[in-house]
Design a protein around this ligand. Structure first.
Ligand code: HEC
Ligand code: HEC
Length: 321
């Protein structure tokens, strides 16, 4: 990725930014906004080592990989697509999978499974369960209970849970598609036939991933940590990522894992960030595009580099070779 492609990137971004503002009224795309504020883990005062949140990916390769074709993901290929089709299953993958995993089971006791709460939203299943327990319940009563469970899930998406972030960036059509998929995931009878999709811009896809997944660990902005601070547990802010690495390195770090220089003396380490192998290279490029176009910012005062004191093992057992 040389200066030439950077210039191209910039031109493409300007073109894209203006095309976003030229949305015809009425057919307007969902408003995309920058990511803001501290990471979800900082918010919870939970350290990286104490949580399963955002960690359903895999640990990066033990050896640096060389088979990655840096030119393979062209930003242009992302931008050429004005819209992409995003299914309910994709919305789940972009927004929920980082914590709840592919099957929705989470990581109890920290992260509850979504399966039973979703099944409790089905009148048929509520009636079945009551019958099995030897209790009789009218259809009306069962559907009232089911509606309460459905409301609890919607409420949770809008406002968050005790330890789950709110998903206020989701639009109504996105929530409908997501909920339809949750039912399929939970094996609710008839759910397969009710699956929905939405049309979205690539930046919007990037926004989903950043707000729901990257922002779990990365704060929106703040000081850019040096190699020693990284070894001590600092996580670079989202605002620094697009200048720390170029688009190809970024895509690689997210989809395959890439070394990061840490410690004193600086050494190439495997790092601690999970590899989000379930995101495509195009989606990772969408994230880069989103972070470049919508500058992440802190709500108010900016935090000092959040350094969690770790034993000095950071790069041993983590180091290549
Ligand atoms: C940052 C991690 C995180 C992400 C991302 C996340 N959740 Fe959660 N979720 C949690 C945690 C932690 C709990 C349990 C504690 C609580 O209620 O906050 C939970 C609980 C739930 C429950 C309720 C379980 C119960 O026992 O009632 C549902 C349903 C749920 N999540 C759905 C979702 C959906 C849908 C998404 C994606 C839009 C999502 N979650 C994304 C962390 C997360
Ligand atoms: C579970 C926590 C966690 C999540 C979630 C997470 N990261 Fe990271 N990220 C880290 C940590 C920790 C580092 C520091 C380097 C390392 O340990 O790999 C890092 C480093 C990076 C770097 C490397 C910066 C450099 O200088 O090489 C990039 C790029 C990055 N993250 C992007 C992302 C993106 C994009 C997402 C969302 C798809 C994301 N991260 C989600 C924890 C996380």
């Amino acid at each position: 990725m040389g200066t030439r492609s950077y210039a191209k990137t910039a031109a493409v971004m300007v073109a894209l930014a203006s095309s976003l503002f030229a949305q015809p009224a009425g057919k307007q795309a969902t408003q995309v906004t920058a990511v803001a504020g501290e990471s979800w883990l900082s918010h919870l005062h939970r350290t990286f080592d104490e949580t399963s949140m955002g960690k359903t990916g895999r640990l990066g390769p033990a050896e640096p990989t060389t088979d990655f074709d840096a030119g393979a993901v062209k930003l242009a290929s992302v931008v050429e697509k004005q819209y992409v089709t995003v299914h309910g299953a994709d919305l789940y993958r972009l927004n929920c999978r980082g914590c709840h995993g592919e099957a929705g089971l989470g990581a109890p006791p920290e992260i509850n499974s979504v399966i039973n709460p979703v099944r409790a939203g089905s009148t048929t299943l509520v009636m079945e369960r009551m019958k099995k327990a030897g209790m009789s319940m009218s259809y009306a009563e069962a559907s009232k209970l089911a509606r309460q469970s459905q409301d609890a899930i919607l409420q949770r998406l809008h406002k968050g849970g005790q330890d789950m972030p709110p998903f206020s960036h989701l639009s109504e059509p996105e929530i409908r598609a997501l909920v339809a998929y949750l039912k399929q995931l939970a094996d609710v009878p008839g759910a397969e036939a009710e699956q929905l999709a939405v049309r979205e811009t690539p930046v919007r896809v990037g926004e989903h991933i950043v707000k729901a997944t990257c922002h779990i660990c990365h704060s929106a902005s703040g000081p850019n940590p040096d190699a020693q601070q990284l070894a001590d547990g600092a996580i670079p802010p989202l605002s620094a990522l697009t200048s720390r690495v170029n688009q190809a390195q970024f895509v690689r770090k997210i989809t395959r894992g890439a070394p990061i220089v840490m410690g004193t003396p600086p050494l190439a380490c495997r790092g601690r960030m999970p590899v989000f192998y379930y995101l495509s290279e195009e989606e990772a490029a969408d994230v880069y595009l989103y972070l470049s176009l919508y500058r992440p910012y802190q709500w108010a005062t900016f935090d000092p580099v959040m350094v969690v004191k770790r034993p000095r093992e950071s790069c041993t057992g983590n180091r290549y070779g």
